[in-house]
Design a protein around this ligand. Sequence first.
Ligand code: NCD
Length: 322
Amino acid sequence: MRVQTDGTGGLRHLISLDGLTREMLMAILDRAESYRRFPGQPAYEGRELAGVTLANLFFEPSTRTRASFDLASRRLGAHVINLDLQSSSRAKGETMLDTIYTLEAMNTDIFVIRDSEPGLPEFLMDHAAPHVSVISAGEAHVSHPTQGLLDVLTIRSHRRRFAGLKVAIVGDIRHSRVARSTARALKTLGTTDLRLVAPQPLLPEEDEFAGALRFTRVEDGITGADVIMMLRIQKERMAQAALLDDQAYFREYGLDARRVKLASPDVLVMHPGPMNRGVEIASDVADGPHSVIREQVNNGVAVRMAVLACIAATLTRHRKPL
Ligand code: NCD
């Protein structure tokens, strides 16, 4: 586990939620709530990132996470560079480091990285100058810390407690960085009843998600659940495509209105996006009264603002004087 704080306990990097205490998570969520504005309200505009330059380095496609980091940093007054690196070959290691050093030479302070292979965020963190921060926007199947935070913020704003909550994660958990980060955050905040529901090949290895119950029948896993989190089948992370075709998957695992009735009467239905309507989730459930899917997106901007503001406050302490 990597230490992501500086000597004074301030958040310096965010590549994983491992090692972040309950108090740290709660402080980020509180701050995110203060930044949150609902659609139709004027967005929060602040200067917390004034003079900060942030580079979004995305080696994988992304719509909401990238737009979210972009908006979050601009709304706090940062300068933002968006680099689309998807098409580049996997010339990483030193070459990637040269890109970072080049941007560092242009006074870039914060690097936001998404990559389909594990390891790059940690590698960059190890090589970053003391006044530079690294944030993961999704690392292979390993972690997606800001998604984990926005998921628990969404749950907290409806439930106010994590202990005693029954949470079912349904779908391609094996390949999901979202499931790993959200499960980590839930555990730190006190949720002990976590159910993993998937066809056998899409359940994680036995030594992962310690303490979670595993189900291969969706009905068994979601009965009585307070939260159902649906995941996309990640064909791009599988050697062979899903074992079931889309129709059969929907029949066996898809969340439709009939299945929602098995859960708690006020169940929250979540999905990190992108959704495949009619594959893992029925359209009327995605848009229905239990769905908090768009709230998750809204919370995503607020959580990223909170993380960036915390990191910017830490970086200020490591800046060189003029
Ligand atoms: C997810 C991701 O990219 O990890 N999406 C997201 O960031 N909101 C989930 C996915 O791709 O299925």
